[in-house]
Design a protein around this ligand. Structure first.
Ligand SMILES: [Zn+2]
Length: 180
């Protein structure tokens, strides 16, 4: 599900701020990096923005990792759908057991995909979605609260950290007048 698995050609990124760029652009639409400038102009720009670039990349990497955890959740949900399908395949209500996990897998996949563009909204949505499912499972059967509790805490912690990084990234962008 990562960039390496997509069929489209690899997207070019700005050497300064790592935003995806269109090859025809003369300047990066995000940070103004001279994409078609001379080597000197480009080096001068990077030098002036070196500190900004390092911090930006640090936040960006954290947010990216949190976005990837949405893909892992999609994988878990898909696995759950497959397991329940094989366990209940003789049951006439097999779809009632399989479909919710399948829908969940698709939702997490979509959120993971959009998290590159709207990290904060997608990671918050992913966390809310995950918590709703967990609450429904506990209502359905209170014993569920204990099952896989460590994995649940790790997932929730990871998503909360992602939200923190995404908030820092937003703040950083605002402070440095960087657009999305
Ligand atoms: Zn840029």
């Amino acid at each position: 599900m990562d960039d390496s698995l997509t069929i489209s050609p690899p997207k070019e990124r700005c050497a300064s701020c790592f935003t995806e760029i269109v090859t025809d652009d003369v300047f990066c639409t995000n940070c103004g990096y001279p994409l078609k400038g001379t080597e000197d102009e480009q080096r001068k720009f990077i030098g002036e923005n070196e500190v900004t670039g390092i911090y930006y990349k640090e936040y960006y990497d954290k947010v990216r990792k949190a976005g990837n955890s949405l893909y892992y959740l999609a994988g878990f949900a898909l696995l759950g759908a497959i397991i329940s399908f094989f366990m209940k395949q003789d049951d006439p209500n097999v779809l009632a057991y399989t479909l919710p996990s399948l829908i969940l897998a698709v939702l997490f996949l979509v959120l993971g995909g959009y998290s590159r563009k709207k990290p904060l909204a997608c990671i918050v949505s992913g966390l809310v979605l995950y918590l709703i499912v967990q609450i429904l499972l506990i209502i359905d059967n209170p014993v569920n609260i204990a099952s896989g509790i460590i994995i649940k805490i790790v997932i929730i912690g990871y998503l909360i950290n992602g939200i923190k990084s995404a908030l820092e990234l937003e703040k950083f962008k605002k402070e440095h007048n960087l657009k999305d």
